[in-house]
Each structure stands twice: as structure tokens, then as C-alpha cells.
Design a protein around this ligand. Sequence first.
Ligand SMILES: Nc1ncnc2c1ncn2[C@@H]1O[C@H](COP(=O)(O)OP(=O)(O)OP(=O)(O)O)[C@@H](O)[C@H]1O
Ligand SMILES: [Mg+2]
Length: 242
Amino acid sequence: MQPNSQSMPAIRLDKVELSLGSGAARVHILKGVSLNIGQGEAVGLVGPSGSGKSSLLMVLAGLEQANSGAVTVAGEELTRLDEDALARFRGRNVGIVFQAFHLIPTMTAIENVAVPLELAGRADAFERAAAELTAVGLGHRLDHYPSQLSGGEQQRVAVARALAPEPRILVADEPTGNLDETTGRQIMDLLFAAQSRRAATLVIVTHDLNLARRCDRTIHLRSGQIERESLAGAAMTAEVPA
Ligand SMILES: Nc1ncnc2c1ncn2[C@@H]1O[C@H](COP(=O)(O)OP(=O)(O)OP(=O)(O)O)[C@@H](O)[C@H]1O
Ligand SMILES: [Mg+2]
């Protein structure tokens, strides 16, 4: 899906610096990162291990606060929000999928999807969760615990959980990293289908170049800085803006 260049970017980072850890373990991770991602755009984030991809994703998802610079996501300036406001922001605007699924082991599939909706005050949490799980092909596994599901099924639950609040922004950190190729492709099909159906913005960290090629654009990180950007689909589509 092509970005809507008329509107304000969905994600805007301006000279973002991030350091984490304390004392000798303190690491300067992001070093002046500036980028714009349009509403509805799909962006791949690639780069060597340790280059700061996950850290950058955490910053734009509101899971980590930048030390300086500006982070504007869905019209909110995140660096001005306290912890509670950030958590509310995430609940309303951001769906997150991790490599390691991050499901709650003591909750069934439907509870994993419904409980965050309930916490956000949705009266129809369980109906919505059932519909979302059915949409990812898990209508027959609602009452299974994560340990009773395959890796691909667990990641489907995680995708359903990320999509259920209908966030405008979807972020995924190596969502296919623990899955075989076919299962990984199915997971990505689900994410791209949701992105295009809802005109959501999708940012995916990946080491998989085939996956990066499915995005509108790829941002290459190196040592905490943007090294370059490429129109990932350029080789495969004629519809590339000049
Ligand atoms: N909480 C932390 N405290 C200190 N250093 C950290 C912390 N989190 C990450 N780092 C360091 O920041 C750097 C970037 O880490 P990050 O996880 O963002 O890399 P990445 O590009 O996602 O790598 P990979 O491809 O291996 O997942 C690494 O050198 C890492 O050791
Ligand atoms: Mg990472």
C-alpha cells in the first residue's frame, strides 16, 4: 500500500538519542535517528545484529523513552508522556508482535486476546477476541493454553492480540524468526492483510530479505544510525514514485 503523503506522518522521529543500562554497562544505542513513516506505509527495518533495530522499534512503539530528540506517533509527542499515559497510548494506538510470542502462559488463547481489551474497557472483549482468533484461523483453538499450541499457532494468537484493538500502528520484531518458512509466510500474510485492510502503518524488524522486499520501503540501520533507505519493492513493481 502506498503512503498517503498528504497527511501528517504516522511516525516521526527527530534526532532521537537512546542510551540504556547504567555504569560500565551503559550503551549509546541510537545516535541521532530521524525518520518519517507515512500512514498506511509498510516499512522494513534491517541491519546487523546489535545495530539498534529492536531498540528503535521499542522507542516508536512507546515501550522505551528516548533520552533526547522528538518522537511523534499517531499525533502524540511520546517524550512528553509519563508511564501511565504511555501505556494508554500503546493500548489505543499500537499493536506489537515479538519473535518469542510473549503470550501469558496461564491464560487460554481467547483470554490472551480478550484481557487487554477488557482492561481497555471494551464490553465486547470476548466476542471481539473470538472473532479475531477466528480470522487468523484459530476458531477451533480458543480454549487452548499457549503450551498446547504450535509455535505458528502461538504467533497467530499474538497477531490476533495485536490486531484486536484495531491499532493504527503495527510493529513486529522478527515475527517469523522462530518459525519455519511456510508458517512464517502465513504470519506475514496475516499482518500485511490487516495492514492493507485497515490502512494501518506496519514496521517490521527482520533479517529476512524476502520479507523486507514485501514492504514499501526498507530502512537500513548500522551502529545506531540510519545508513540508507531503499524502496524495497522497486525491483518488483513498476509503481515506484520518482
Ligand atoms: N537494556 C539494555 N542495556 C544496555 N544495553 C542494551 C540494552 N538493550 C540493548 N542494548 C545494547 O544495544 C545494542 C542494540 O541492541 P538491539 O537489541 O536494539 O539490537 P538489534 O539490532 O535488535 O539486534 P538483533 O538483530 O541481534 O536483535 C546492542 O549492542 C545491545 O547490547
Ligand atoms: Mg533485535
